[in-house]
Design a binder for this molecule. Structure first.
Ligand code: PLP
Length: 422
């Protein structure tokens, strides 16, 4: 592979064009193994950022794509429909909380967040309350890189000041302080209550990641917080958008993050593992009330329609991925992974450079005291034979649900031994 060309001409995520960090050339992948071009094999600890929940190169998912390719790879969704989209939307409506009855298919997670925000704005507009056009979100949250999505990400880590003049001026409340298993105190909801009470006349919706705040800090919080948020949104006439793009499809040990609190949102965003990491696809679901109100409003329609909406290949592989998941013992697998991560990462607690170690479902996090130098540490993980991609102070793993016990043990041992070198 021409890595010189890559270095000279290709942007990678959050990369510098003049001083890029080295990238490693991948030839192929299978299960939880990533085969580098130079012959090295890495145990994958990232699932390609939450996505590849069944591992790579899965025969059932491969076959679904091949079969659909022979029928049609793409078809415009305006005025036409097809079986892969219909059966996918049936599944999504069945699996998510009952109140969610309408599905909008999008092409990426950030777009599904844009769509969710647009739904909330069009809803209040249709109700004659167009001044309800701001969002309330949590500090340390992450919702994507497009503009509306960026405007609800943590203002500091999202570097809002760079885009200050064009971002929607939204409101932020403190990141949840109550850990997943911690005893609840009403004080933990105080700031949220204050914000929603003060700004309710302007608020279209609250948007948050349920139970796990992902890319903004890998923080786990109490289901009690989510229950209080749901109640306060009802009380103050504000919609609730849950961004399940990272938490959806079993990652936290429940099918969806909001299942931990038994709450039902008004709008839900899905993405990432929706296709088992095969293709880019996302979905925004909403209630009957929102759909009807928008459709009775001035526009008479919902104002969005991406070119690749409902792409048949993506829908076909999403159908296959959901079937594989539901036919598997994913609850046992995520429990097994949680137990193994808890034991396997525990020795890191003794290290002086480590601030905290936490696990939930198939997610393990080591929070360091100092941010890492990615250029240095990335090479150390690869030399150790594992694929881990830290950011800031966080070294974290969310392996495929199918990772073997032996692979997982090696992964944990190597993570701890590399962290010990920092
Ligand atoms: C990754 C992510 C997004 C953005 O999805 P993209 O597919 O990268 O656009 C939004 N919200 C959450 C919680 C995510 O983890």
């Amino acid at each position: 592979m021409n890595l010189e060309f890559d270095k000279k001409h290709i942007w990678h995520p959050y990369s510098s064009a003049t001083n890029p960090a080295p990238v490693f050339a991948v030839d192929r992948a299978e299960g939880s193994s990533i085969y580098l071009e130079d012959g090295r094999v890495l145990i994958d600890g990232m699932s390609s950022w939450w996505c590849a929940i069944h591992g790579y190169n899965h025969p059932v998912l491969n076959q679904a794509i091949k079969d659909q390719t022979d029928k049609m790879a793409h078809m415009m969704f305006g005025g036409l429909t097809h079986e892969p989209a219909i059966s996918l939307c049936e599944k999504l409506i069945k699996l998510t909380p009952e109140a969610l009855q309408k599905v909008f298919l999008c092409d990426a997670g950030s777009v599904s967040v844009e769509v969710a925000i647009k739904m909330a704005l069009q809803y209040w507009q249709a109700k004659g309350k167009s001044n309800k056009n701001r969002l309330l979100s949590l500090r340390r949250g992450y919702h994507g890189d497009t503009f509306a999505a960026m405007s609800v990400c943590d203002p500091d880590t999202g570097m809002h000041h760079i885009f200050n003049d064009v971002l929607m001026p939204n409101y932020f409340t403190e990141a949840p302080r109550c850990g997943f298993d911690e005893v609840w105190h009403d004080d933990y909801i105080h700031d949220f209550k204050q914000q929603i009470t003060t700004h309710q006349a302007e608020l279209a919706a609250v948007i948050l990641e349920p139970i796990v705040q992902g890319a903004g800090g890998m923080r786990f919080y109490s289901p009690e917080f989510l229950k209080h948020v749901r109640a306060l949104c009802n009380e103050h006439n504000v919609l609730l958008i849950v961004d399940e793009i990272a938490t959806g499809f079993g990652r936290t040990g429940k099918l969806f993050g909001c299942n931990h609190a038994n709450i039902s949102p008004d709008i839900m965003c899905l993405g990432k593992s929706l296709t088992g990491g095969y293709m880019t696809l996302a979905a925004t679901l909403c209630t009957e009330d929102i759909a009807e109100t928008i459709s009775n409003g001035e526009a008479g329609v919902f104002m969005h329609g991406p070119t690749f909406m409902g792409n048949p290949l993506a829908c076909a592989v999403a159908n296959a991925s959901i079937d594989v998941l539901l036919n598997s013992t994913w609850q046992e697998n995520t429990k097994r992974i949680e137990t193994e991560l808890r034991t396997g990462l525990a020795p890191a607690r003794q290290l002086e450079q480590v601030h905290d170690v936490r696990t939930l479902g198939a997610i393990g996090v080591i929070e360091l005291k100092q941010p890492v130098d990615i250029k240095v540490v990335q090479a150390l993980f690869v030399e150790a034979g594992i694929w881990i991609r830290p950011f800031g102070k966080l070294v974290y793993t969310m392996p495929a649900f199918t990772i073997s016990q032996a692979e997982l043990q090696t992964l944990c041992n190597k993570i701890v031994s590399v962290v010990a070198k920092f």
